[in-house]
Design a binder for this molecule. Structure first.
Ligand code: NDP
Length: 314
């Protein structure tokens, strides 16, 4: 009885894989500089005064410095209009020194996201949200691939988790995570099921999955009985949790550390998977924080390097 209560899932840490990818990118950036005199340049545009978005952009800019990519950050006030942002994006599009354009989402309500995304040059679209890049991916001929989904595939590959032939289930159908990761898994010959808020009897569907990807935005939503024993569970969610009782329930042995974090800064981060329950059933689980999020930034570095090379036919 006691044995069944013990944690069995192995953690798929993002740091080791993200560091390896960043080292590979840094080597190629140095080669590009030495052989062709080119240093890739990423420009990040941050429109809102949202602390989480500001942290994400800061991490991206910091990663650029780590791998030798030039970066520039443009801060715009929350009151920025669609027309004003459009003119910034158009200026970056025609600036030959800029290889990658990243407009941090979400944007304030008054701005039409699609109009901005469609204004980005597909050749500089390092987030890969432009319809041209989305279309190539859907056709199974990816050019730029969105960073979080690409990072998930790297995490699976570099931990020798077989994708071909596996039953993969993606919970969430957003443009940023759910749909593109489903496309990539399909391209890698998984049998893919995509679930969403209208899926009937979700646990009975997710329990078929050898690889379960949770990209929902609801703390601890994927419970132990959603998971096939031994499955690989990739937790994409990033949610803030400030309730101490919930933290105790979600985090099991780790709860003291998490409660300390709540007492110190008001919250702790939790994914879309119930960690304590998943650990009793899953074979592998990605932690939050320290899992998929680190890969997202590493893949942005790779996309920016790729943009610099493709734009010069290198
Ligand atoms: P969205 O809100 O765009 O999409 C959420 C998806 O979850 C929707 O497709 C929705 O279904 C589905 N969903 C919501 N409730 C349920 C439910 N009860 N049952 C089944 N499906 C449900 O979120 P994102 O994809 O942008 O992000 C998901 C999470 O991943 C968030 O926590 C976000 O912060 C995190 N994230 C993390 C990143 C990282 O680098 N680690 C990067 C990007 C996101 P429907 O379509 O029917 O509404």
């Amino acid at each position: 009885m006691m044995a069944q209560e013990q944690s069995q899932a192995r953690l798929l840490e993002g740091k080791q894989v993200a560091d390896a990818i960043k080292q590979e990118v840094a080597r190629e950036v140095a080669q590009l500089r030495d052989q062709h005199g080119v240093t890739p340049c990423l420009t990040a545009v941050l429109v809102v005064d949202d602390p989480a978005s500001a942290v994400y952009v800061r991490n991206k800019v910091r990663a650029c410095a780590e791998v030798g990519i030039n970066s520039q950050k443009i801060d715009l006030p929350a009151s920025t209009t669609s027309a004003e942002l459009l003119s910034v994006v158009q200026r970056l599009k025609s600036n030959d020194d800029v290889d990658g354009i990243l407009v941090q989402l979400p944007l304030p309500k008054q701005i039409d996201d699609s109009q901005i995304i469609e204004a980005i040059d597909p050749a500089k679209d390092v987030d890969a949200f432009h319809p041209t890049n989305v279309g190539y991916l859907a056709m199974g001929r990816p050019r730029f691939v969105p960073c979080t989904p690409a990072g998930i595939i790297e995490l699976l590959d570099r931990n020798q988790i077989a994708i071909a032939g596996a039953n993969a289930c993606v919970v969430g159908r957003s443009q940023i995570v759910g749909r593109p990761v489903a496309s990539l898994l399909l391209q890698r010959h998984a049998t893919v099921t995509i679930c969403h808020s209208k899926t009937r009897d979700l646990p009975s569907v997710t329990r078929q999955a050898d690889i379960l990807i949770a990209a929902i935005g609801r703390p601890g939503f994927i419970r132990g009985d959603f998971i096939k024993p031994g499955a690989t569970v990739v937790d994409v969610g990033v949610n803030q949790l400030s309730n101490v009782d919930q933290a105790r329930e979600f985090f099991g042995a780790e709860s003291n550390r998490r409660i300390e974090a709540i007492e110190k800064r008001g919250y702790t981060l939790i994914g879309d998977v119930h960690p304590a329950e998943a650990d009793l059933v899953a074979g592998y689980r990605t932690p939050v924080p320290g899992g998929v999020g680190l890969l997202t930034v590493a893949m942005l570095m790779r996309n920016t390097l790729q943009a610099a090379k493709w734009r010069r036919n290198l």
